[in-house]
Design a protein around this ligand. Sequence first.
Ligand SMILES: *Cc1c(COP(=O)(O)O)cnc(C)c1O
Length: 406
Amino acid sequence: MFENPRDIDNLLKKHLSYRESCLNLIASENYASEFVRGHQTSDLSNRYGCYETGNPQNREYTGNRYIHEFEMQTQALVCDIFHAKYADLRPISGHLAGMAVALALLEVDDLVIEVSLADWGHGMVGPMCDISQLGKTIRIDYMPFDKNGGVDFDGLVAQVRELKPKLVIFGGSGTLFAEPVKAFRPVADELNILVGYDAAHVTGLIAGGAMPNPLDEGADVMFGSTHKSFPGPQGGFVVSNRADLMDKIGKTISPSLVTSHHIHRLPALAAAILEMKAFGADYAAQIVKNTKALSKALDAHGFKIRGKERGYSDTHIILLETDGGGQSVAKRLEMADILLSDDFSGSSSDVRLGTQEATRRGMKEKEMEEIALLIKRVMLDGESPEAVRGDVGELSRRFNGLEYCF
Ligand SMILES: *Cc1c(COP(=O)(O)O)cnc(C)c1O
């Protein structure tokens, strides 16, 4: 139990110095710039900004004159980068954004198709159905994938023709290749299916133009997180070009799921979007180059990489196959201060690496080769993780600045 205020600071300092010496390859994290961090703590951390859906100028609390302006200007920026007519920034996380979309668009007994945990789905509607009331009212099935880690489009079309889902949600936590949203749109029109896109992981790649924008390709609604490949504050969002859907989703978000929507995120999110408008294209393009370089180097050392026949991956994510021990691989690399993730649920034996934070730290293709060698030394050469840790720290400290930011 903390007693002295200094103890809190000391623990934070320890955390910072530990994470500075680690090489972070966790695909769902990122490093926000000082510019973004500096806009995250303000008076807004202690204010309420609740508003009635469809009527944001009608703020429930008094004292919202400038808070309203922050919300509207930030919404406009989000609409601008995602080519959307409408944005809702009230979900305080990507998961909550997805829950709101599913709960708003589904009626009793409707079927949803999403990515399964075994194919690195996030587990959005599946875990919701573990809540017994929802399990009785929502039906769920899973999207088929091919051996390269891409969506099996023909399989999906056959599946929806047979099962007639109300909602199909593309996107997961292990996306290697852009999903066939555009090709699916005519099928969705024919069968009256709503198309959702969970962009939690790839938001930064979409904003930077390294991946097609699902809304441009015909998705009805897109939601996600603002802190994975997109280097903003932690938070969620929903965007769409359909007023009818956004009205339903907005009313589900508030007042049903969220009341205080943590408005201190708004200035930081606005700052991150301005940064992405200035540097996002270069950042996203370098992420993809680094992913390919790291995949190739790991492959050359003898690691098995998913998607090899399709050029490994077109995102920040690399899925490295293990012989069943994803968690033990992650733990062993952690002892060398190399951070990455297994799939947590034990549904996949892959471990997942992400290049987005290393890219922001300024690493390029050459450093990807260094990283592959460090991983090889721990995993294949039988060197003790402690023996490799010093070299990991040396690389991390050489790249402790930040690029693609103001
Ligand atoms: C991380 C993730 C989420 C959840 O986002 P949070 O911001 O962590 O709540 C949702 N969907 C996918 C595909 C994810 O990877």
